[in-house]
Design a protein. Structure first.
Length: 306
């Protein structure tokens, strides 16, 4: 689906489909739209397909009439993903007075406060890069919050599903690290070729800010990944220790029940036994059972087995 945008009063606004807007956003393009991009705008077919491939690495290529960039961005999370945060790709094709954005994600692109103070398509181009970096930062905060919640559940539970969820988060961070690092290489190349891209002094300064922002995002992802990986063994030990404590408690209960059972069984044998004719035989046997339980508990505490 093609959505066109125009710049009005330094803001990006949706334009009419038949207008000659400077920003074209192809959301999950079909085969006819791909043919249009290849034939009319002379986009490389391989680069176009790569921009829709979530496993493609971010890269920058200079074509005769435009600049082609494949950039990485987090994929919108849903409950069906089961704590697995995925990464997607999108392509940007920058012409002199036109920018074409191609993405497989069916979500609006130019939403939020990021897209203000835009005077040209190059400003919009840099803002899209900033939006992707901000999206990674938002997801990292969510991952950190989910990780804290899972930690509390692991400390209080012995179920494996929470550990598996934590492993899934750790796997997500590995993909995020790879994507953010790949983006940083592209941004550095943009900085090196800023003159070739005809970026103004203000745009070059904004590009410097993007480099700093992406590096901070990369370091934050590395910290979360290292902490999560480093504490996994400790969390597994906590689950194992919880199981040991439960088994010890069950053993205490089992042995505590077996001792009086043994006493009662001993005096219930179908043979001649002492005090069987005593009028208080029942209460004597009950007393012996209670004393045996109390003695067992005192002995257990003396040995410090719990």
């Amino acid at each position: 689906m093609l959505i066109k945008y125009e710049i009005i009063e330094r803001k990006v606004c949706e334009a009419l489909p038949e207008s000659q807007a400077p920003i074209h956003f192809f959301m999950n393009p079909d085969e006819n739209e791909k043919k249009l991009l290849i034939n009319e705008y002379k986009l490389d077919e391989h680069t176009l397909n790569s921009s829709l491939d979530p496993d493609e690495q971010a890269r920058l290529e200079f074509e005769p009439e435009h600049l082609a960039i494949i950039f990485k961005s987090p994929k919108n999370y849903s409950g069906k993903d089961q704590f697995f945060f995925k990464v997607s790709s999108f392509g940007m094709f920058l012409f002199k007075d036109l920018i074409i954005v191609v993405s497989s994600a069916e979500t609006p692109l130019f939403n939020g406060k990021h897209f203000s103070k835009i005077g040209s398509v190059r400003d919009a181009f840099l803002k899209i890069v900033f939006r992707a970096i901000s999206h990674f930062n938002e997801h990292l905060k969510i991952i950190n919050q989910v990780s804290d919640e899972l930690e509390h559940k692991i400390n209080a539970s012995m179920e494996n599903k929470y550990l598996l969820n934590l492993f899934t988060l750790e796997k997500s961070l590995v993909y995020y690290l790879n994507a953010i690092n790949s983006n940083s290489i592209v941004i550095e190349k943009l900085k090196i070729n800023s003159a070739k891209l005809e970026l103004s002094q203000e745009q070059q300064e904004y590009l410097d800010d993007l480099i700093i922002e992406n590096n901070q995002c990369l370091r934050q992802a590395e910290i979360y990944s290292n902490v999560l990986a480093g504490l996994m063994d400790a969390r597994v030990s906590i689950v194992s220790n919880n199981l040991n404590v439960l088994m010890k408690t069950l053993n205490i209960i089992t042995i505590g029940i077996m001792v009086p059972t043994f006493v009662v069984s001993l005096f219930s044998m179908n043979v001649t036994i002492p005090i069987q004719a005593h009028p208080f035989a029942f209460w004597i046997i009950l007393g012996i059972s209670i004393i045996s339980v109390v003695g067992f508990m005192i002995f257990w505490k003396f040995k410090k087995w719990y």
